[in-house]
Design a protein around this ligand. Structure first.
Ligand code: MLT
Length: 204
């Protein structure tokens, strides 16, 4: 349906909630599968590659300028593309998009968090590994019923604690239930946060 679409699909057990993997900069549609498989084994799992290319070929979900700032028109249109793709793909695989559990890392967590604040994505549950606030939202949506697990590392060279805390405040003010896991680490998925995420998911 879309020449830009690179998709991975792992069928799993159809009675379990489907997982949507959103990779970090330089990742692809399946590089988070081992994490997804650890957190939510046997769940049907979908991955969609971001269609922006940075530098020598790093995949992303939206444009980042050379100075590190973000293209806000681009993240808006790429979010629309992503959720349109999700809608088409979930229908194709007979998955319930409302039941999706998003697993996002870094750039992928960022487009998921952005979408909650600025778009109306179908999902209500997400594990956001090292997200940041890309664009504040002055008119908050109603995120009642949204459950999020979000992680931060105090050695992160990309995400400041102030920015992370601002993101969490916006999400909570909008009504989302957010569990925060702060750890002494940098910008990568760690055993500690994955174990905590798995515990959190087991209560959902
Ligand atoms: C972003 O560009 O979304 C953030 O800087 C995180 C990253 O992907 O490096």
């Amino acid at each position: 349906n879309d020449a830009d679409q690179h998709v991975a699909y792992f069928p799993g057990q159809s009675d379990l909630a489907p997982v949507l993997m959103l990779h970090g900069t330089g990742g692809d549609e399946q590089d988070l599968f081992s994490l997804a498989n650890f957190l939510l084994p046997q769940h049907p799992t979908l991955g969609i590659r971001g269609r922006i290319t940075e530098g020598a070929g790093a995949n992303r979900y939206f444009i980042r300028h050379a100075d590190g700032s973000f293209d806000l028109d681009n993240i808006s249109s790429e979010s629309d593309w992503l959720w349109d793709s999700v809608s088409t793909l979930t229908a194709e695989h007979q998955l319930d998009a409302q039941q999706l559990i998003v697993l996002g890392f870094s750039n992928g967590a960022n487009i998921a968090a952005y979408s909650l604040l600025h778009k109306q994505p179908p999902f209500k549950t997400a594990v956001l590994l090292h997200p940041m606030l890309i664009e504040p939202q002055s008119t908050l949506p109603d995120l009642t019923g949204v459950n999020l697990f979000a992680t931060f590392g105090d050695l992160d060279p990309i995400v400041t604690e102030t920015n992370f805390d601002e993101l969490i405040t916006e999400l909570k003010t909008a009504g989302a239930d957010v569990t925060v896991f702060k750890n002494h680490q940098s910008h990568h998925p760690s055993q500690a946060e994955l174990a905590a995420a798995k515990d959190w998911l087991s209560t959902k």
